[in-house]
Design a protein around this ligand. Structure first.
Ligand code: NAP
Length: 358
């Protein structure tokens, strides 16, 4: 039944702890909703009880942390290995209100963090590796401990998509990149290709002209998804040229990328081009694998929710790109995070009051 002794010991401890939790919750219900606030998170190396756990530390997660922290719920934010998610890799955010001159992505994240921590949020550089949503308290297993949580806010965001062509995997980190802000510096005076026709591709393409000698934007269609302002800026940039109706079919090299095979999808023409770097920006997929079979997902694996940020499991909420295939902006993610935080607060209030009536 159990794969090893550790699993068995953890299971026994989780079982015992859940009995303790039931006692704590019952006690807190006797004391009314304010009583719930009297539950002090128990610190141990293996297990901790929390009122709110937020999985993900991007704009949605940190906004949810701010709201729940201000309600004295001492949220724990599982930040993963790096704080901030995708926005922290963005050189300049120009469309977040309140910053007329734009703000650096990582700087914005640090401000979010500082504000949430000021009110009692705790950031843990740890990742959820397993969740159990079958019963209260929910269980979130991380690399370091097992959290027992009265509510969960999922803000796991999305990750960059791959081209899935020969050579891509092999040369990732050796000329193939998914982040201009992170890797642009390595391509000083080099020839690079940017793949994609959305906002990310054009924004990152423009950014890469700071370093690269020349940037070729390769897009599989003639018309772009990117906003008109970005298109105008890219087209006016003397270091950028465009290859439309074109796809990459293979990446070639030795230790590092040297060449790429290209194909015009209209004429069928194929050719090779020497290149130093390839930056791929072809969209994102939600990071929701952890919730497969546990929550309702769309056919594209986004978590199903509505404007209340509820999932199909009571007490589990979602915010940001894990549930948003449409807007995917910092400002919309922040809004969703705030809404999820407020719903978690209401849920905890009702949860305590309802049971008090019984
Ligand atoms: P996106 O808007 O979905 O665009 C992805 C692009 O990649 C599309 O042009 C798509 O081509 C192309 N593509 C997809 N699969 C491909 C494949 N296998 N091979 C070649 N090309 C492929 O994704 P995004 O640019 O990452 O943007 C994501 C979201 O963030 C968007 O909502 C965007 O507005 C937002 N964003 C906003 C800003 C800003 O406001 N400043 C900045 C960055 C991102 P097709 O067009 O043919 O489908």
């Amino acid at each position: 039944m159990y794969n090893n002794n550790i699993e068995f010991i953890v299971t026994i401890r989780v079982w015992c702890a859940s009995k303790v939790w039931n006692l704590i919750v019952r006690k807190s219900m006797e004391l009314n909703f304010n009583g719930l606030n009297s539950i002090k998170p128990s610190h141990s190396s293996e297990m901790e009880f929390v009122k709110v756990i937020i999985i993900g530390s991007g704009p949605a997660g940190l906004a949810a942390a701010l709201y729940t922290a201000r309600a004295d719920l001492n949220p724990v934010v599982l930040a993963g290995m790096e704080l901030g998610g995708q926005v922290s890799l963005t050189h300049l955010v120009e469309n977040y209100p309140g910053f007329p001159d734009g703000v650096g992505g990582s700087e914005l994240v640090e401000l979010f963090q500082k504000q949430a921590e000021k009110f009692g949020a705790r950031i843990e550089f740890d990742s959820a590796i397993q969740v159990n949503l079958d019963q209260q308290p929910f269980e979130v297993v991380t690399y370091n401990k097992v959290y027992k949580a009265a509510t969960i806010i999922i803000a796991t965001g999305a990750a960059a998509l791959n081209l899935n062509i020969p050579g891509e995997k092999e040369f990732t980190g050796k000329g193939v990149s998914y982040c201009g802000t992170c890797d642009g510096w390595f391509f000083k005076d080099k020839e690079v290709i940017v793949v994609g026709g959305g906002d990310c591709a054009l924004e990152e393409g423009i950014f890469l002209t700071r370093y690269a000698k020349h940037v070729t934007i390769v897009h599989r269609r003639k018309t772009f998804r990117a906003g008109t302002l970005l298109q105008k800026r890219a087209k006016e940039n003397p270091k950028i040229s465009f290859l439309n109706n074109t796809i990459l079919t293979e990446i070639l090299g030795e230790d590092i990328v040297k060449e790429v095979k290209l194909k015009n999808v209209v004429t069928g023409e194929e050719w090779r081009q020497q290149i130093d770097g390839i930056f791929v920006f072809i969209g994102h997929a939600p990071n929701t694998k952890l919730f497969e079979g546990k929550l309702n997902l769309t056919k594209d694996n986004y978590i199903v929710t509505d404007s209340s940020m509820k999932t199909n499991v009571e007490g589990v909420f979602v915010a940001g790109e894990a549930a948003d295939p449409i807007y995917r902006q910092v400002v919309t993610s922040v809004g969703m995070g705030a809404a999820a935080g407020m719903q978690a607060i209401h849920y905890l209030q009702e949860y305590a009051l309802q049971d008090q009536v019984k």
